[in-house]
Design a protein around this ligand. Structure first.
Ligand SMILES: C[S@@+](CC[C@H](N)C(=O)[O-])C[C@H]1O[C@@H](n2cnc3c(N)ncnc32)[C@H](O)[C@@H]1O
Length: 318
């Protein structure tokens, strides 16, 4: 796999977000999941062909991009590595100081955390997270993607975390992938000395352990229509947040006492979205406000100025 495989297949791939997502959400027993599924259904999606000219311009830009070049030089799987690095080491601190006039230097990733990385391929965020964790302190990563991770990337993370890493290839919107995630967290937490945790062997759930941090860089397949892409990606963010804090957080009656979902109390959540207007972003932002002590909209410098890409950080679950 080359240095930036997701870019090669990120353009022009067929859309995977379909009615099945809404249907599978609707199967969930809780009523808020049904509400969320309905809301997703209401948004009509109009795919459009991607122009070869714009793909060529995109490729040209890639070759000149300093973050692409730096990632290649350092042997990193993607330039996304630098976005998470900047959020962890600079932007979070700035956001907290600005909002709360605090002097503390908070970190998104502490060395003993259990991290869930959604939309992990080709692996930049997982690699960065692994460098911030200490397996002796219990740090571990579970990564999920539709696409496989390159063997060298998996190997590198396994090595960094002494085996406390699991990769699940699957669609996050599917229930069986979610069960695999829960199982992986069970295994990683039930045996802190586990050294070979990379093979997902069983669906039988052990004790459920929650994540300290859930990060999602998932992007829906590009259709060529930017507002469609943005709405689909917001849907993925909403589904990630519902997984983190239960679908109930989309209801105005949600109470912070509700500790359901994969994210533990005091845990944080980061997701990539594309700006698409207040109305389309409102549900995500309101739900995040209900769940977290503070929310922040971040734009790392590795995120191109002309791109509508933004990162929503929900810091410190109430
Ligand atoms: C921008 S890339 C992620 C880059 C990655 N964070 C990194 O640091 O290298 C977006 C990824 O989201 C994945 N993705 C999109 N929808 C998904 C889904 N429903 N389930 C799992 N992965 C998904 C894509 O396959 C793609 O690899």
């Amino acid at each position: 796999m080359g240095a930036f495989p997701y870019m090669a297949n990120g353009i022009g791939r067929l859309c995977v977000f379909d009615n099945m997502t809404a249907a599978s959400l609707a199967q969930h027993s809780c009523s808020s999941s049904r509400v969320l599924a309905k809301r997703i259904h209401k948004r009509t999606i109009q795919p459009r062909a991607v122009s070869t000219q714009s793909s060529r311009a995109w490729l040209d830009r890639q070759h000149k991009d300093p973050y692409v070049l730096k990632a290649q030089e350092l042997g990193l799987p993607s330039r996304a590595y630098f976005k998470l690095e900047e959020i962890n080491e600079k932007l979070l601190h700035r956001a907290i100081v600005k909002k709360h006039k605090a002097n503390a230097r908070p970190r998104l990733i502490l060395n003993n955390m259990l991290v869930l990385d959604l939309g992990a391929a080709p692996g930049g965020w997982s690699v960065y997270a692994s460098t911030q964790l200490d397996h002796n302190a219990g740090g571990a990563v579970v990564s999920v993607d539709l696409l496989p991770l390159d063997f060298n990337v998996t190997d590198r993370i396994q090595h960094e975390l002494n085996g406390r890493f699991e990769f699940i290839q699957g669609d996050f919107t599917h229930n069986n992938t979610r069960r695999d995630i829960i199982d992986a967290f069970g295994r990683l937490s039930s045996d802190r000395d586990l050294t070979q945790a990379h093979v997902v062997t069983s669906l039988t759930s052990t004790k459920q352990q929650k994540a300290n941090l859930i990060i999602s860089d998932m992007a829906a397949n590009f259709t060529g229509d930017s507002s469609t892409d943005a709405i689909q990606t917001i849907n993925l963010c909403e589904q990630s947040l519902a997984f983190a804090a239960s679908g109930d957080c989309f209801d105005t009656s949600y109470s912070p006492e509700n500790g359901d979902g994969m994210l533990m109390k005091t845990g944080s959540f980061l997701c990539k979205y594309f700006t698409c207007g207040e109305e389309n972003e409102r549900d995500l932002m309101s739900a995040a406000r209900r769940v977290f002590q503070s929310i922040h909209k971040l734009k790392p410098s590795a995120s191109r100025k002309e791109s509508s890409e933004m990162y929503l950080l929900g810091f410190n679950r109430k």
